[in-house]
Each structure stands twice: as C-alpha cells, then as structure tokens.
Design a protein around this ligand. Structure first.
Ligand code: HEC
Length: 136
C-alpha cells in the first residue's frame, strides 16, 4: 500500500470506529423515550385510574398494549401519534380543554409530547409490563 492509501485506510478506520457510538445514539433516539420509565408513569398517574381491567371506563383497559389494541383500531396506531386517539384525546382542541383525562390534571405539554414520541417511534412496550392504577 502506498503511504497515501495507508493514511486513508487509517483515517476511514478511525472515523468508522468513532462513528459507531454516534450511530448508536441516533438509533436510541429513533426508538423513542423509554416506555417503562418515561411513558408508563404518565399513563399510570393520568389514565389507569379509569381504564384498567376492573374499571373499564369507555369499555377499555390501558393496562397492557394488547388491551389498548383490542379496544378500537384507532386508539393506538404505532408509528402514527397524530391519528392515535390515546394521544390526540389528551390535547386541547379549538380552545376546549382536552377530553381525557375527563377528571383530574390534564397531561402537560411535555407529557403529551413524550407520549407522541413513543407512539411515533413504534409504541414499543416491554413484554409482560402491566400498568397499574397508582392512585388507588
Ligand atoms: C376520571 C376517569 C378517567 C380518566 C382519568 C381517563 N379517562 Fe378516558 N374515559 C373515561 C370515560 C368515562 C370514558 C367514556 C365516556 C367518554 O367517551 O367520555 C372514557 C373514554 C376514553 C376513550 C374513548 C373515547 C371514545 O369516544 O371512544 C379514550 C381513547 C380515552 N378515554 C383515553 C384516555 C386517556 C389516554 C387517559 C389518560 C390521559 C384517560 N382516558 C383518562 C374516563 C377517564
């Protein structure tokens, strides 16, 4: 190898290795906020009180992803927060307060954004995680 080619090979090798953690980060970002630590507590404190296997307001539970998906097609559409009812129903609309939660504190802007990010990133829900009514 010529010295120039050697230099190029070294440079690309270094950039490649240095680039891996950066790619790792962007992958992490695309996977959205961590559901168990970020989104689950929001839903548990603001939704589970009325949407759990014992208290099925609106005739559905939000205890598991399967429960939500089994309710109506448009309640949770992984990858599409805008059309997912569990998200848009928490937003103020045309000057009206959000429909949900229909009692208690509404989601903060930040909480609503974190919910949207999680749905847009594919709504990953760890296997076996069952949400509970933390206010009970
Ligand atoms: C204090 C009780 C209460 C809380 C807390 C609550 N809900 Fe509801 N929810 C209801 C009731 C009652 C209904 C059914 C009547 C209605 O549609 O207003 C309902 C219905 C719904 C529906 C179905 C609406 C439809 O028209 O089919 C969705 C989606 C929903 N809730 C999402 C949420 C989300 C997301 C949260 C948390 C941010 C939440 N709810 C918190 C009481 C609650």
């Amino acid at each position: 190898m010529s010295p120039l080619k050697q230099l190029m090979a070294w440079l690309f090798g270094t950039l490649y290795i240095a680039g891996l953690p950066v790619l790792g980060q962007s992958y992490k970002y695309q996977s959205g906020p961590d559901f168990a630590t970020v989104d689950a507590p929001i839903l548990e404190s603001k939704c589970l009180q009325c949407h759990n296997p014992n208290i099925l307001k609106g005739e559905f539970s939000m205890a598991t992803k399967e429960d939500i998906l089994a309710a109506e097609d448009d309640f949770l559409i992984p990858g599409n927060a805008e059309d997912s009812m569990v998200h848009w129903i928490t937003l103020p609309f045309e000057g009206e307060p959000p429909e949900m939660p229909n009692e208690g504190e509404p989601l903060s802007d930040n909480e609503a954004a974190l919910l949207a990010e999680w749905i847009n990133a594919g709504a990953h829900w760890p296997d076996g995680l069952v949400l509970k009514d933390v206010l009970a």
